[in-house]
Design a protein around this ligand. Structure first.
Ligand SMILES: [Zn+2]
Length: 366
């Protein structure tokens, strides 16, 4: 083969390249395993001894030229694609993902529950997380000796002994107590019953969502901070059957129309009578449908078939006296539920800590 004629042909062939495919075809033609240059190289041993060295040099130079020209051509294709040309849109490029935020699962559940109650005419009210001992305990008929008032069951805020508050006297007065009001991180949202009832007159129908705090060791079922929704209704002639009707409507909206509900007698200082409310276990219900297996105990209800969802009762007459309502004229009910518990049952979540770890792999599922 004549190297000079190959060189001449190469130039015109390079100029005819008009696509990455034709570029590749030319690369195979010259540099492939059975390409032009491989053939030239394999012909070297057949040449007379004295011509081999100079021919080898020429073949090598040609090879470098081919590599150089093909690379140049390749670069010009690449720059064509990446060059910023006005109006040029490469539809084959992957898109830019928009990282949209969303509401935390607990916020979603709070919103869902509040929407159910506002659809029945309830008002959503929020209150302070730092409360007086009076609103959190005394006003709610929780006596001084009650265990929940112990320092290991409530986060008290240490009084600033060296800088007494100028309002200390007036607070003392409004609380009707001879000692200065202690402050604390509210241990339930029930404290808002006192603030709302003191500042408004019946009829009242209120739900109070918010954070509450208790010095519990953190584990799969406990957290030092969690969320509650308190609800209460006060008017003339409010009856226990009103409480039952409203809670049944609520439970069926959250957990499904086919759940059963039961009231279990219980004791709370601020309601009389009081009851804990259970729903039929939504986990067993699913499993029973699939297969009726007696030997496998449901781990959520421990085989009982019922799940506690909230506490409730008729507001104690002493609470009405504490806020200045006439307990002979007004009656009412109150209930309180843990939002995390509702969310865990609703979504089948088995560890409360997942809500607070900020792990996107968890949060993106809701
Ligand atoms: Zn169960």
């Amino acid at each position: 083969m004549d190297i000079e004629s190959i060189k001449a042909r190469l130039d015109s062939e390079i100029n005819q390249i008009n696509s990455p495919e034709s570029l590749e075809a030319l690369r195979v033609k010259y540099l492939g395993r059975k390409g032009v240059l491989a053939q030239l190289t394999s012909s070297i041993p057949t040449l007379p001894q004295e011509q081999r060295a100079s021919f080898g040099k020429e073949v090598n130079a040609l090879k470098n030229k081919v590599i150089f020209l093909l690379d140049e051509r390749q670069k010009s294709f690449a720059s064509l694609v990446s060059e910023s040309r006005p109006g040029f849109l490469d539809l084959s490029l992957p898109g830019i993902a928009q990282d949209l935020g969303r509401l935390h699962p607990l916020t979603q559940v709070i919103k869902e529950i509040c929407d159910i109650f506002t659809s029945m005419g309830f008002l959503v009210v929020e209150g302070p997380e730092i409360e007086t001992e009076y609103n959190n305990f005394t006003g709610l008929n929780i006596p001084l000796e009650h265990p929940s008032r112990e320092a290991f069951d409530t986060f008290y805020i240490a009084p600033q002994a060296t800088h007494p508050s100028p309002n200390a006297k007036s607070r003392q007065h409004t609380a009707g107590s001879s000692v200065q009001q202690k402050l604390l991180l509210r241990s339930h949202t029930s404290s808002m019953q006192i603030s709302v009832m003191k500042s408004r007159q019946p009829p009242l129908a209120v739900v109070v969502p918010g954070r509450v705090y208790r010095p519990d060791a953190v584990d799969a079922a406990h957290s030092f901070m969690f969320h509650q929704i308190e609800g209460f209704m006060v008017d003339e002639n409010i009856r226990f059957s009103d409480l039952k009707g409203i809670l049944e409507f609520f439970a069926k909206r959250v957990f499904g129309e086919d759940i059963k509900m039961r009231f279990r007698p219980h004791f709370f200082p601020f309601t009389e009578p009081s009851a804990e409310v259970d729903i039929s276990c939504i986990i067993c219900r699913r499993e029973q449908r699939r297969e009726n297996r007696e030997e496998k105990k449901c781990s959520v209800c421990e085989g009982k078939g019922w799940l506690e969802i909230l506490g409730s009762g008729m507001i104690h007459p002493n609470v009405f006296k504490n806020v200045g309502y006439d307990p002979k004229k007004y009656t009412g009910f109150a209930f309180g539920m843990g939002v995390e518990r509702i969310a865990m049952l609703k979504y089948g979540i088995n560890d409360i800590r997942l809500f607070f770890e900020n792990d996107l792999r968890f949060l993106r599922q809701f």
